[in-house]
Ligand binder design. Structure first.
Ligand code: AMP
Length: 274
């Protein structure tokens, strides 16, 4: 594995390889969730590129940009062991110029749920993903369903701009007790960690009700809200279809249950595709 920090180094590292490129963009503090994406990329491509870049433009004023966990050495070891070919760890000035043009999240789908709670977040996310897809020349790029709305917007960006890349959605990886893995779980104290389980529990309770025949999304949302009472602040608990439209009646095979809540320091999200 070669670790590169500049665009020039990335381009020359790429020249030493040929064949399909699997790309996994991350913000580092790698865990089993990231690893599952990297393993899939490794299995499906001749070359694997991973990026670690804490992208400042997707953090809002007052969010945890400075506190976001940074573990470059451990990340590099994990990537090396996972058989990554090129690890791209750029500095901010490699990725951005002053007063650059920007692409924006779509007015509707980009400004509900996460986009409503974190206005501007998806603009910054799409801006960096566009740059990284172009720089790496990825054949396939791997994204977790954990960030369901992010995934949907990236798929839309690829369609809108006719980007020559296949977006590969990957399943959510959880701890044995159900907590979805996240770099931000590192902020949780022991008590908060056990309260954080209310997110996956809410999804489980909703699933049980759906399996027992419940299809009314308002009732399903109530079940989730009720189960989220251990959180400090609930942001949302909703049912949408796979195009992120609100629905009154859940249709199996075309729904996503989504929850977001604050537990202690971190704001946590989780979801279930049903
Ligand atoms: P991040 O480093 O949080 O920006 O995440 C990088 C990629 O890993 C994104 O595509 C995430 O959706 C994905 N990811 C993060 N956590 C998980 C998880 N628990 N399971 C599956 N994918 C994940």
């Amino acid at each position: 594995m070669i670790t590169v920090r500049t665009i020039e180094e990335l381009q020359s590292a790429k020249q030493t390889h040929s064949g399909s490129i699997g790309f996994v963009p991350t913000m580092g503090a790698l865990h089993e969730g990231h690893l599952s994406l990297i393993r899939k990329a490794r299995a499906e491509n001749e070359v694997v590129i991973v990026s670690v870049f804490v992208n400042p433009t997707q953090f809002l004023e007052g969010e945890d940009l400075d506190a976001y966990p940074r573990r470059e050495e451990a990340d590099a070891k994990i990537c090396e062991l996972a058989g990554v070919d090129i690890l791209f760890m750029p500095t901010i000035d490699q990725m951005y110029e002053p007063d650059e043009l920007s692409i924006g999240a779509p007015a509707k789908r980009g400004y509900i749920l996460e986009g409503a709670k974190r206005p501007g977040h998806f603009d910054g996310m799409l801006q960096i993903v566009m740059k990284l897809l172009n720089l790496t020349g990825a054949t396939r790029a791997y994204f977790g369903k954990k960030d369901a709305q992010q995934l949907a917007l990236i798929q839309q960006m690829v369609r809108t701009y006719f980007l020559p890349v296949e977006i590969v959605p990957c399943e959510i990886v959880r701890d044995a007790d159900g907590l979805a893995l996240s770099s931000r779980n590192a902020y949780l104290s022991a008590d908060e960690r056990s309260r954080a389980l209310c997110l996956s529990r809410a999804l489980k309770k909703a699933t049980d009700a759906i399996m027992a025949g419940e299809r009314d999304t308002r009732k399903i949302q109530e079940i989730m809200l009720d189960a989220l009472s251990d959180a400090d602040t609930i942001e949302y608990a909703v049912v949408v279809d796979r195009s992120f439209r609100a629905v009154e009646k859940l249709e199996l095979g075309n729904a996503i249950l989504l929850v977001a809540a604050w537990v202690g320091k971190p704001r946590l999200i989780d979801n279930l595709w049903i």
